[in-house]
Design a protein around this ligand. Structure first.
Ligand code: M6R
Length: 549
């Protein structure tokens, strides 16, 4: 989740852009950059780390142009570095773009562009876009952009400027957010409304496939079929904080609602099961290593540990590899039986959890292979693992992990699937069927999120209870643990997650008419079993809240 700002008008573009980038900070960033047109030439500045680093650079170099684009980057392809920071330029340095999104077919495009002589300077997927625009450029930047985007697969919001077309700012939106801010003889583009609230309250929401050509005093929008189109100008009444949360009351709620998108982003471009080498290239592991390992050991903490418990099921059933999952802070104090045939998978949203870093280091001392599943590029865990599979959830601002958890589950499904294919445990046909189901998940989650009113009415009924139990079996046992963790940390209500088969071994004594019991009862291998556990709860007069298919 990166952020884009663009400006064309009479103000100093750098001031507007820096202010806008600063207001997009909540989208997360590890580097930032800006480009403007100054006296008919392009001027660029990029900086790693905090936006104040970019501020200092811009102040020293004195940017005064009135057309420009800027970007804050949350790395997904290529580490956070000055070379990988946006804006990116074509070979001539005259065309400049900023991009938010993921280009799924960038490897293929890059190969083709390199073989026709284009020189790449970064490791990003974005750079292919600007070289493609260069390839189709013959004096008219708008038409070059229109042609170039036809070759892109994936998600992209773009801001484009060019030295030879100094009076034009182009915006493109496809599956990634981009709004146009409307001012007096000036226009803006941005990934999100808060960036522009000090300058305008008037916004145009672009539709997927729209390309907008902005000049100081005109705005032309072309739809996906290249017809000139009108889009409504909306007036926004939100204050900046409301806008940062997209109108939700809390960041956590916003992040829960983002899940259909973040899951899709995490599997985007990673579903081509026929191209195994491409997948292993991304995670930087030789497929032979996967054939050679005889054990996977997952280490993680909190929510990431719960994802790891599900990972154990997946690696055993899809890849046929023996797998154990440990809490990071416990693993490091065990007498470890691991060697170079063991693959350690560290799971972490932040990549900075000390209790997960320590076991990773310990395992390396034993010669184990290491892989991390992480959401933050360049974080300690990613630097210390031999390879990383990134979730693409954007920053998680709510302390309680929500979208990171489902992103981790998506990553684990993909890894287990590819390991299974490479080890001959599942056929590509079966994998394709599995992927067909995976693709449905964002839609299914959207449907569940529409049940907000039902969920609220259950919450209203039970919020005064002091204790809750969560029960699940199989894959749903870790989900029960995660549900209980969420209730504890958000509602301060005591909650325990149990494998439902364990009830009869003691905890059933807790159940009476005051105990709400959340039973996860989705259709599957152990459905009948959980039904009989529900009967046990009811026999003790417990209150059953079922999460059911
Ligand atoms: O960043 P990590 O995934 O390594 O964090 C691990 C735990 O601290 C974290 O999952 C924590 O349990 C959640 N914030 C709880 O919602």
């Amino acid at each position: 989740m990166c952020g884009i700002v663009g400006y064309i008008g009479n103000k100093t573009a750098a001031d507007v852009i820096l202010n806008g980038l600063n207001r997009l900070e909540y989208r997360g960033y590890d580097s930032s950059g800006i480009a403007t047109i100054e006296n008919k030439s392009i001027k660029i500045s990029r900086a790693v780390g905090k936006i104040k680093n970019l501020y200092s650079a811009v102040q020293t170099e004195k940017f005064s142009g009135t057309v420009g684009v800027g970007h804050i980057r949350w790395a997904t392809h290529g580490k956070p570095s000055e070379e990988n920071a946006h804006p990116h330029t074509d070979c001539s340095g005259k065309i400049v773009i900023v991009h938010n999104g993921i280009i799924e077919n960038y490897r293929q495009l890059k190969k083709e562009l390199i073989s026709s002589g284009h020189k790449f300077r970064s490791e990003t997927d974005t750079e292919v876009i600007v070289h493609l625009i260069e390839k189709y450029y013959s004096g008219d930047i708008l038409s070059a952009v229109k042609t170039a985007v036809k070759y892109l697969k994936g998600a992209y919001a773009l801001g484009v400027i060019s030295q030879d077309n100094p009076d034009v700012l182009i915006g493109v939106r496809y599956d990634a957010p981009l709004v146009v801010g409307v001012g007096e003889k000036e226009f803006f583009i941005a990934s999100d409304i808060p960036a522009l609230l000090p300058y305008t309250k008037k916004f145009i929401y672009l539709s997927d496939g729209d390309i907008v050509e902005l000049k100081k005093d005109s705005c032309k929008i072309f739809d996906i079929s290249d017809n000139i189109t009108e889009r409504k100008i909306n007036t926004i009444e939100w204050d900046s904080l409301m806008a940062e949360k997209s109108g939700y009351k809390h960041f956590m709620l916003k992040e829960i609602m983002e899940q259909p998108q973040t899951i899709e982003d995490t599997f985007r471009g990673r579903l081509a099961v026929e191209d195994i080498n491409e997948f292993f290239g991304e995670i930087n592991i030789n497929p032979q290593t996967i054939r050679d390992i005889n054990k996977i050991s997952i280490v993680a903490c909190g929510t990431s540990y719960h994802a790891g418990l599900i990972g154990k099921f997946l690696f055993e059933s899809l890849s046929g590899i023996s797998c154990e999952t440990d809490i990071g802070s416990e693993f490091r104090y065990r007498d470890l039986i691991i060697d170079d045939k063991t693959l350690i998978i560290a799971i972490s949203q932040s990549g900075e959890t000390a209790d997960t870093i320590a076991p990773l280091r310990e395992a390396k001392k034993h010669g184990a292979k290491t892989l991390s599943i992480c959401n933050v590029m360049g974080s300690t865990i990613t630097r210390e693992s031999s390879s990383t599979f990134y979730t693409r959830c954007g920053p998680e601002i709510g302390v309680a992990s929500t979208k990171a958890f489902t992103g981790q589950l998506t990553a684990l499904h993909l890894l287990a699937l590819y390991f299974g294919i490479v080890r001959g445990k599942i056929t590509k046909d079966l994998a394709s069927k599995f992927i067909d189901s995976l693709i449905q998940i964002p839609h299914e989650i959207s449907e569940i999120l529409k049940k907000e009113n039902e969920i609220k009415s259950i919450a209203k009924k039970f919020f005064k209870k002091s204790h809750f139990l969560y029960l699940g079996r199989g894959l749903n046992f870790p989900i029960a643990l995660e549900g209980a963790l969420k209730l504890k940390e958000i509602s301060y209500i005591h909650a325990e997650g149990y494998a439902s088969g364990e009830m009869k071994h003691g905890p059933i004594a807790l159940i009476d008419e005051n105990m709400p019991v959340v039973c996860i009862a989705t259709i599957g291998r152990v459905y009948e079993k959980i039904l009989s556990n529900i009967e046990e709860v009811k026999a003790r007069e417990g209150i059953v809240i079922a999460v059911a298919t």
